[in-house]
Design a protein around this ligand. Sequence first.
Ligand SMILES: Nc1ncnc2c1ncn2[C@@H]1O[C@H](COP(=O)(O)OP(=O)(O)OP(=O)(O)O)[C@@H](O)[C@H]1O
Ligand SMILES: [Mg+2]
Length: 268
Amino acid sequence: MLARDPLPPAVFEVNRLTLEYPTAAGTVRAVDDVSFRAGEGERLALLGPSGCGKSSILKAVAGFLKPASGAIKVRGRDVKGPGPDRIVVFQEFDQLLPWKTVRQNVEFPLRMAAKLSKAEIRERTETTLKKVGLERVIDSYPHTLSGGMKQRAAIARALVTDADVLLMDEPFAALDALTRSQLQRELLELAEELGFTLLFVTHSIEEAILIGTKLHLLSPHPGRTITSLDSHEFGREDIGTARLENLTREVHDLLFSPKIRKGAPENV
Ligand SMILES: Nc1ncnc2c1ncn2[C@@H]1O[C@H](COP(=O)(O)OP(=O)(O)OP(=O)(O)O)[C@@H](O)[C@H]1O
Ligand SMILES: [Mg+2]
């Protein structure tokens, strides 16, 4: 047998995951036997049609939904519930409390954890806000910030607690194209600078390619793995190029090939 390079240690690892919901009409299988992993600093984009189980997978990795079978590990440890190592950054960053300043929002999870002194909380908050370039608006309220600043504040709030796995579920879906593009750029810059590991859910093939270093493609309901692709060589500088267009087409064909459709007649 040929010796294989060992895989780098996974930051998060989903192994043969099946997710089900009990309903009045019986059990609904949302996700069927899905596996993927991401190493340090990787950005895994989960891509698939509406209803294929992307949000369910994200909730399971966050620890809010228990697997029917299979396992989820973060840094080698089984996920048994929500934990400080992972944090969900919600759509439109609406986890920022509007009646609190940026500083108070970012301090909030540290105060809740009640492990640090007031001075330590202050210092840690200021360091984190500097890291994401928000020192100028530290005492401003969220409604006075631009979309990009809100995103940075939401990410600062996640990172201040030492979480280094960020989970994002279509954070840009409701935004206009220009804002979306600007926030994608800011997210990538922050990810490169701070090195967090990202699980990112999107409907958009191009967004998945631009944000993700890896793509994981899911079939229509119930979500099954179609394939995984490496997209780390693609970035925003490829927008409008033939190579990005080719990969987009290739991913589109993989997602919508007749072979996959056959398994899910409701999507034909
Ligand atoms: N609480 C629930 N109870 C019952 N069924 C559910 C529940 N939540 C989700 N489902 C079902 O599980 C499947 C996957 O839903 P999920 O929200 O994970 O899909 P999705 O890929 O995130 O879709 P979208 O792209 O539209 O956000 C769907 O068929 C949905 O109807
Ligand atoms: Mg969803």
